[in-house]
Design a binder for this molecule. Structure first.
Ligand SMILES: Cc1ncc(COP(=O)(O)O)c(C=O)c1O
Length: 355
């Protein structure tokens, strides 16, 4: 008799679920995926499409997207051997985890953090060691260092600024962890452009165990193009590149990235706008009875209300989609929403005031 098909699958599938965006991806006012409210201007899209038309669509792109990698390395002012581009930073997370994790390995993840870390780790049958944030949602740096040593973890992942809490580690705190840890440390800087804290990119030469992860989906407003990067010293990069899916980035993504980097004032202006609106929102939110607004170093805000599910549903009914993050450790009755256009921000303020 043949075995049931389930017995033939990776047993870790029993521990994980399909990735979902709760509430969906459609709404009149969509603030639930930490996207940029600004699409590229039409003139730049035209320029990108003109260049894309000249490409041979019947030919494979480069094995790795070297044009995009050279452009980003030169933008950062670092050697091209230190960067690798992926189809969104999610793909890079899979690549790095495949290179570093597996049965018998241990990963330290501060809790709460980006859900994909735990999912990929479990899939790779890696033991997860969680370190809770402080009750105000800040990182507990001493506990991270102490636990990493005691539990002999092989890998530490730090999302800073952190999704879903919005809180950051300082440059000094990251360096303390990287220095102390007998582990690879992956620092996911998806939201770094919005942070008051400095990037730790300058540390890649000094620490052979450090990898920095970046995405073009947030400040660069290219979530639809799927572009991410890992950055490390060239020796470590050569190793973590080995499991990379070949030809994973298409020609259009590379051309788009080159053009956006050439027009970076667009990004600077968008970031300045988002930071201004973030402060305005925070001040206004703090004036609303029954709403607790946390400090944020990202393009999104976290608020605590009396009944998050009921507020989530009422906002949704009124056409405003936010993320109910109440299920995360320490985030009971919390909602997350990204900074939108001015009128979208006014709309959510008005609704929260009413509710
Ligand atoms: C911390 C963090 N890392 C990575 C990602 C994934 O970004 P990408 O669109 O590059 O796959 C996200 C997306 O929300 C995120 O919040």
């Amino acid at each position: 008799m043949k075995r049931d098909y389930k017995a033939l699958l990776n047993p870790a599938l029993q521990q994980i679920g399909v990735y979902k965006v709760e509430g969906g991806q459609e709404a009149e006012v969509k603030l639930n995926q930490n996207e940029s409210p600004f699409d590229l201007p039409a003139w730049l899209k035209e320029k990108i499409l003109d260049q894309f038309r000249q490409e041979p669509w019947n030919r494979y792109p480069d094995i790795l997207p070297y044009r995009g990698m050279e452009a980003y390395a030169s933008f950062l002012g670092i050697p091209k051997e230190s960067v690798i581009m992926s189809n969104g930073s999610n793909e890079m997370l899979y690549t790095i985890f495949l290179a570093c994790l597996g049965q018998g390995r241990r990963i330290l993840i501060p809790e709460p953090s980006f859900s994909l870390y735990e999912k990929i780790a479990l899939l790779l049958q890696t033991q997860v060691v969680s370190v809770p944030m402080h009750s105000g949602l800040d990182f507990d740096v001493d506990a991270i260092i102490e636990t990493a040593g005691r539990e002999k973890v092989d890998f530490i992942v730090l999302s800073t600024p952190n999704n879903p809490t919005g809180k950051s580690l300082s440059h000094t705190e990251v360096e303390r962890i990287v220095e102390a840890a007998d582990a690879i440390v992956l620092v996911d800087e998806a939201y770094i452009e919005f942070s008051r804290e400095e990037s730790v990119l300058d540390l890649i030469d000094r620490y052979p165990n450090l990898i920095v992860l970046r995405t073009m989906s947030k400040a660069l407003a290219l979530a639809g193009m799927r572009i991410g990067f890992a950055i490390s010293n060239p020796a470590l990069m050569a190793e973590i590149s080995k499991p990379k899916i070949p030809f994973a980035s298409g020609r259009l993504a590379e051309i788009t990235l080159v053009n956006v980097l050439e027009n970076y004032t667009l990004v600077d202006e968008a970031v300045a706008y988002i930071l201004g609106e973030r402060e305005r929102l925070q001040t206004e939110l703090r004036g609303i009875a029954g709403v607790e607004a946390f400090d944020s170093d990202t393009n999104f805000l976290i608020i605590r209300v009396a009944d998050a599910l009921s507020v989530f549903l009422k906002l949704k009914e009124a056409g405003v989609l936010v993320r109910n993050v109440s299920g995360y450790h320490l985030m009971e009755n919390c909602l997350r929403f990204n900074v939108g256009l001015r009128e979208e921000n006014d709309r959510i303020l008005e609704l929260l005031n009413k509710l």
